[in-house]
Design a protein around this ligand. Structure first.
Ligand SMILES: [Zn+2]
Length: 97
């Protein structure tokens, strides 16, 4: 099937209700970019473009979080772990300081 907004091919299992933008099914990208902001703009009584500004900021933050190295693998922590394993201190000392 085709997204009724951008015409990209989509699987019906991945499609979304495109109302109130239009009738039919849309892709996930159009759902997030157009349909959800349009629905939220009605609920919060603000322009859909303002909703999209907030959504796109949140998506950018989410992408940063997902692409950033996890805390458990950070270089700083690994170096500290090595120091402790080599007898260069302990977690208790860190807590006292
Ligand atoms: Zn689409």
């Amino acid at each position: 099937m085709e997204c009724v907004i951008c015409s990209n091919r989509i699987r019906s299992s991945e499609s979304h209700n495109a109302e109130p933008i239009t009738t039919g099914r849309c892709c996930s990208r159009c759902n997030v970019q157009f349909v959800l902001p349009a629905r939220l703009s009605v609920v919060f009584n603000i322009p859909a473009t303002e909703v999209w500004d907030v959504v796109s900021d949140s998506l950018a933050d989410l992408e940063k979080m997902l692409t950033a190295p996890s805390i458990g693998n950070s270089q700083e922590l690994n170096e500290r772990r090595t120091q402790i394993e080599e007898g260069g201190g302990s977690i208790e000392e860190d807590l006292i300081q």
